[in-house]
Design a protein around this ligand. Sequence first.
Ligand code: FAD
Length: 412
Amino acid sequence: LFSPLFDSIRRRSVKIRVSISTLVLAEHEGGFVKQSSLSAVAAAAAVNKEKSVSVLLGGSGPSLLKAASHAASCHPSISQVLVADTDILLHPLAETWAELVRLVQKQGSYSHIISASNSFGKNVLPRAAALLDVSPVTDVIEISEPRLFTSCSDFPHVSQKLFAYETSYQSPVGNALSTVRYMGEDPCMMTIRSTSFTVSACSSDSKSSEAPISKVDLSSFNEASFPKSRWLKLASQESERPDLGNARTVVTGGRGLKSAENFKLLEKLAEKLGAAVGATRAAVDAGFVPNDLQVGQTGKIVAPELYMAFGVSGAIQHIAGMRDSKVIVAVNKDADAPIFQVVHCAKRLQVMLNHLVLSISFLISVLEKLVEFKPSLSFYQAQLEIVQVADYGLVADLFDVIPELIEKIPDK
Ligand code: FAD
């Protein structure tokens, strides 16, 4: 009954380009392109079968040049490296970067602009999208076609009008994945989950595959254009433990730990395991640990080999940040905690969800005729994932389990 509606929605697509050229907004540190940006390159390569990925780096000094030569040789899909060499970009402020993206898009007319879904990407990409007057797709985890993506964002992709739709169908323990077809003007802008696009080791010594490096024309770019924000300082926690975002093992504590003092117990376990410490938002909000340890939708996204959760209930916003971990172990004294659960009811919900998508699509097409309302993205199909959160679950008191683990795990 409704399939002609889908067809009409698909036909509405504005300009479908034949050629695809992708720009990756990349971060660098110590003369190397960051791992998350390399994942964005891998995503760009999945979009772009023509293998013409441009990488944009900003900053100044020798470390920028070193990072540019790293970018030039680190992935076979990279066809050029663009360097925005200015002190204005020494620190990645969203306002300056967004303006840079607008400038580079004007010069290069890219069909896609991609960034990792980390604080840099989440800051810059939406601002740049607003300047370019397009809607970004966020938290892409799979690219089926150049304009068809699976996204696990909890935020609306289309407009405020569809916000209720997307959030109301989240399952208690999993994420509602949406398949999103981008139907707007170029560029199609997206952030990608780095954990879903892995990169193989860089071929930095294979000179034959080096891409050319060119400078972006920054004649119209000056500090006076950005009066509203200023870099003051970087405040970061020094730690001997591995970085939470890249650690192979993460031990996370929730509100169940009850105090900052008790988190020291978790830190001892982390030391034994060579692990990073994470926390839920409830633990952060209670002041047990600083907020850079927060894992989840509004914290860090992690995908370690082993994720151990102590006193964590398994709220959807937390699961959103650790669901890609290879092995998940949960210790909770409540046997009914969502972190132990499996969702079976997906099929019925999916039918309801699809009906809702169809109704919304119908509403959009009516609205389009009545007023000038053109959504640039369309929910094409939606599905719920059947998930079991914890691979291993232990119903026990964490204050018994953690000391026992510390005692029994041998020193390295
Ligand atoms: P609780 O839900 O209070 O769970 C504590 C658990 O500890 C319980 O299951 C309890 O049984 C167990 N427990 C208690 N004592 C013991 C014991 N002695 N031994 C064993 N188990 C014990 N949350 C995040 O984590 N990350 C996010 O990024 C995030 N973003 C959010 C964004 C939005 C917009 C919103 C609305 C919420 C967000 N949240 C986020 C909050 C989230 O909804 C939950 O409130 C939070 O994750 C709960 O944290 P918790 O599991 O530590 O606490």
